[in-house]
Design a protein around this ligand. Structure first.
Ligand code: GDP
Ligand code: MG
Length: 167
């Protein structure tokens, strides 16, 4: 079996905790303490391999040192933005910069997730923009909703495991 440490990053309110809870329980928890930082252990079969995941749901309140510690800890990263919040999308590139700075000279393994796809009427970031950014970052991209479960929430986690295992 394989051990993979995954950390979830993104601006406060994008739905990091909701996505982790959706992945782990297939449920949506409407209100989740935004200041809570949690780690979860989860076992899954990914391509016929048993993978033990440690998942860190960051709270976004950490200072720089703690943040760097989280980056150093992770083997792979789920970077989340909210399709209804352009500001959260604009935070992705700087976040990638931080990951690279802390991990260098190692390659940064990440997947990009545009969450809250159920809120189409309030969309501020087009699917094409998400795809373009992911292409620039050479990573996989998923639009999904932690709320309805639409899109590929689990697939984002599984793909990240695959990519970590490939490195
Ligand atoms: P975090 O700060 O990134 O961990 O964000 P949370 O998981 O705490 O979610 C922030 C808010 O967005 C909460 O009110 C959630 O109910 C809501 N939320 C999270 N994911 C979704 C989603 O996919 N769709 C909708 N409509 N709301 C969501
Ligand atoms: Mg949270």
């Amino acid at each position: 079996s394989a051990e993979v440490k995954l950390a979830v990053f993104g601006k406060a309110g994008v739905g990091k905790s909701a996505l982790v809870v959706r992945f782990l329980t297939k449920r949506f928890i409407w209100e989740y303490d935004p200041t809570l930082e949690s780690t979860y252990r989860h076992q899954a079969n990914v391509d016929d391999e048993v993978v033990n995941m440690d998942i860190l749901d960051t709270a976004g309140q950490e200072d720089t040192l703690q943040r760097e510690g989280h980056v150093r800890w992770g083997d792979g990263f789920i970077v989340v933005y909210d399709i209804t919040d352009r500001g959260s999308f604009e935070e992705v590139a700087p976040l990638k910069g931080l990951l690279e700075e802390v991990k260098k000279p190692k390659h940064v393994t990440l997947v990009l997730v545009g969450n809250k796809a159920d809120l189409e009427h309030a969309r501020q970031v087009s699917t094409e923009e998400g795809e373009r950014l992911a292409a620039e970052m050479a990573c996989a991209f998923y639009e999904c909703s932690a709320c309805t479960g639409e899109g590929a929430v689990s697939e984002a986690f599984y793909e990240l495991c695959r990519e970590v295992r490939r490195r």
